[in-house]
Design a protein around this ligand. Structure first.
Ligand SMILES: [Zn+2]
Length: 117
């Protein structure tokens, strides 16, 4: 592995540190409730530029982000967990995350509330 790649990986790891923390501590008592991840795509709600999705009554959702949820319903109601995985992966690659890291972080999406059944 060349130094350039290594440096890129470290930088990427640093940026997605939050994801790591959240997912490794799922169910643990060290996770602060207010720093939740969207339970549809896994994105940290605090990095949602709109502060979260909206309920039908206009209230902020503290479960889903604005990309997934609007006016009380999902923006993509028919998307499957695999479809969501792909979407998030594309987004991460777009944000210059190395693909293998995007892979690691999207493989836990099926554990989120929306996909539990
Ligand atoms: Zn979302």
């Amino acid at each position: 592995m060349s130094l350039g790649i290594l440096r890129k990986v470290i930088r990427a790891l640093w940026r997605i540190k939050y994801y790591l923390f959240k997912w490794n501590n799922k169910g643990g008592c060290t996770v602060k409730k207010k720093n939740k991840n969207c339970q549809s795509c896994g994105m940290p709600l605090k990095s949602d530029e709109n502060g979260g999705g909206t309920e039908a009554n206009g209230q902020r959702s503290n479960i889903y982000c604005s990309h997934c949820y609007e006016n009380g319903s999902f923006k993509l109601p028919n998307i499957t967990v695999d479809g969501m995985k792909e979407r998030v992966m594309d987004k991460m690659v777009e944000m210059k995350f190395p693909k293998f890291l995007a892979n690691i972080f999207t493989r836990n999406i099926y554990k989120l509330e929306r996909w539990k059944d």
